[in-house]
Design a protein around this ligand. Structure first.
Ligand code: F6R
Length: 605
């Protein structure tokens, strides 16, 4: 993870580096640093803490230069200290790095034997020393040589006052982009960080290295052959990346869900039918699909678990759902009749990319469900369903979860239709269901105040239990995860029927138990869950369907959400659970947009 940036041009690099780092803070925020070249020497500043700490230090003691690099760190090797913060310096080389160098220990040993001194515990410092060792006056040659000695994943940005008119960058499995300005160039881990400066972007591919000077950019492949790169014009609106009057990004993103879901669905449904232009499989390919694997991490994995209910229920294709870091290391039965659906907001999660690649190697068809246009995952998968939820700045996912669910739903209907499992009328009915849900999401937003009130009662609790059955069990998992990551309160999601096989021991008068009990095929069973918790003095909070008077007789705290079809209820239900986690965390005085230890884009194992 970590975010890396660079700038070369005619302006002072410092404010640009700070601004672009700030936009990448979601990738890590335990320490930060920058380096700039001025009058053939390096100016360096590093700080433990987030970008604001670094910014304040630069305000008190300014640096300047028109060629610089910066880094916001999510620690992998070594604690978040100033020594371990990037940039790392060796001789006349300064570098920032995102990724993991796997052979760094053996390289470090040899470099130590040669008398080189190391100041940090990081793997990155090894790269700086190797580039310095290989440097004979030309930075790109030294970087090229170094890349042959290291193994692992990386995006690297290097500068040197001994070759001061350039920045050299390289990529292997970690994203890096170059923004093309007039006489100036911007480098970042993610295009969204630089889109207020430029529209035209070059995405570096694995194995490539780029030399960036004020006059232009040259890109080379690993055999040092020059590569012609496509320039992509990005249509992202920088305004979407501001808080827009909300107190926090996460609150804004929760409220954006009606629009985000509409943008996922719009353009893919019309006149009672589904048009899936971005799904590149032929009708014959789809007819031949015998098995679907859904993969993802964290919230995206939860979306996949719900997707299984949708695809099996609507399209009648068997589905397995696997966490990507597990799927990539097992040996599942995947062949050309398999469809892999990889879900990732960022499209840069290293395990998800690897799991999808393994499937591809075994001949599977691949489709990704992504929010980030031109992400590594979307560029490598056979087709991409862009969810168009817009930039999600808060580290915890909200709108991209419900938008991914909407994408999975319309994909299920599409597969069902092409496989001949449903007829035109049924297709139109299922489409109507999602259109109806979009109308009800605004009503769900009205629950905010009630949930804020509820959070007063529970924000000092030590633990929460979330119970759901069937398709709502993954909703319980996601609700519990939002509570954990935002409030740092331990929360567990469990299938309602399984509670009595263990977690029931946790229940007492201090444990709030959130029970998802919509009026669906498992409603009666959820009533049993309510009774079992009450019998053990648990504090029950039930989320039920509007008009359900029965549940009111059984629980003190009931929150009503609008009715939705069984497959779509998870979309409606997730929103109040997001509010609950947000308000509990807010009352605990926590940083809701950037919870501790997390990073939005997990580009390391
Ligand atoms: C939780 C959260 C994470 C991500 C996970 C995968 O709120 O955001 O669990 O879902 O790191 O990230 P993507 O979807 O970018 O692959």
């Amino acid at each position: 993870m970590s975010g890396i940036v660079g700038y070369i041009g005619w302006q002072n690099a410092i404010p640009i580096l700070i601004d672009t780092l700030k936009r990448l803070e979601y990738r890590g925020y335990d320490s930060t640093g920058i380096a700039v070249i001025k009058d053939s020497s390096l100016g360096i500043r590093k700080r433990v803490g987030n970008i604001d700490v670094l910014k304040e230090s630069l305000y008190n003691e300014p640096l300047n230069g028109m060629n610089g690099i910066g880094h916001t760190r999510w620690a992998t090797h070594g604690k978040p200290t100033e020594e371990n913060a990037h940039p790392h310096i060796a001789g006349k080389i300064a570098i920032v790095h995102n990724g993991i160098i796997e052979n760094y220990l053996s390289l470090k040993e040899s470099l130590l034997k040669e008398g080189r001194k190391f100041l940090s515990d990081t793997d990155t410092e090894v790269i700086a020393h190797l580039i310095d060792k290989n440097f004979t006056g030309n930075l790109e040659n030294a970087v090229q040589k170094t890349l042959k000695e290291i193994s692992g994943t990386y995006a690297i940005v290097a500068i040197s006052p001994a070759d001061p008119e350039k920045i050299v960058i390289a990529r292997n499995e970690n994203p890096i982009v170059i923004g093309l300005g007039r006489g100036e160039f911007f480098i970042a881990s993610d295009a969204s960080a630089i889109l207020s400066y430029v529209k035209d972007i070059i995405f570096l591919d694995d194995g490539e290295i780029a030399v960036i000077k004020k006059e232009g950019v040259q890109v080379y492949d690993k055999n040092n052959r020059q590569v012609e790169k496509n320039i992509r014009r990005l249509g992202l609106n920088p305004i979407l990346m501001e808080k827009g009057g909300y107190k926090h990004f996460i609150l804004k993103e929760i409220f954006e869900q009606p629009r985000a879901i509409w943008d996922t669905v719009r353009g893919r449904v019309s006149g009672g039918d589904i048009i899936f232009e971005d799904f590149k499989l032929t009708d014959l390919d789809i007819k031949n699909i015998k098995k679907v694997f859904i993969t993802g991490c964290g919230t995206s994995w939860h979306a996949g678990l719900i997707g299984k209910f949708m695809i099996e229920g609507i399209s009648r294709i068997p589905v397995e759902v696997d966490i990507s870091s597990e799927l990539r290391y097992r040996n599942p039965i995947i062949n050309s009749d398999t469809l892999i659906i990889a879900i990732s907001e960022s499209g840069e999660t290293v395990d998800t990319i690897a799991a999808m690649r393994n499937g591809k190697k075994n001949g599977a068809k691949t489709v990704s469900i992504c929010n980030t246009i031109e992400s590594s995952l979307s560029r490598e998968s056979g087709s991409t369903i862009n969810i168009h939820a817009g930039p999600e700045i808060s580290v915890a996912s909200t709108k991209t979860f419900t938008s991914s669910l909407s994408a999975l739903y319309i994909l299920s209907v599409y597969l069902a239709k092409l496989k001949g499992v449903i007829n035109d009328n049924e297709t139109a009915g299922l489409i109507n269901d999602i259109v109806a849900v979009m109308g009800k999401i605004e009503d769900v937003m009205g629950l905010e105040e009630e949930i804020e009130g509820l959070s007063k009662m529970f924000y000092e609790k030590k633990g929460f239990l979330y119970l759901g059955r069937g398709i709502n069990y993954p909703v319980a998992l996601e609700g519990a995860m939002k509570m954990k990551e935002l409030s740092y309160i331990y929360a567990e999601g469990y299938p309602g029927g399984e509670m009595k096989h263990g977690p029931i021991a946790l229940i007492d008068e201090h444990t709030p138990v959130i029970i998802l009990a919509p009026k669906n095929s498992l409603y009666e069973k959820s009533l049993i869950d309510i009774e079992e918790v009450k019998a053990r003095n648990g504090v029950v909070i039930v989320f039920a369907t509007e008009g359900d008077t029965e549940v009111m007789k059984r629980a003190r705290h009931v929150l009503y959400v609008p009715h939705a079809s069984e497959y779509l209820f998870p979309i409606i239900m997730s929103i109040p659970l997001q509010f609950l986690a947000y308000y509990v965390a807010l009352r605990r005085g926590l940083n809701v947009d950037r919870p501790r230890n997390l990073a939005k884009s997990v580009t390391v194992e």
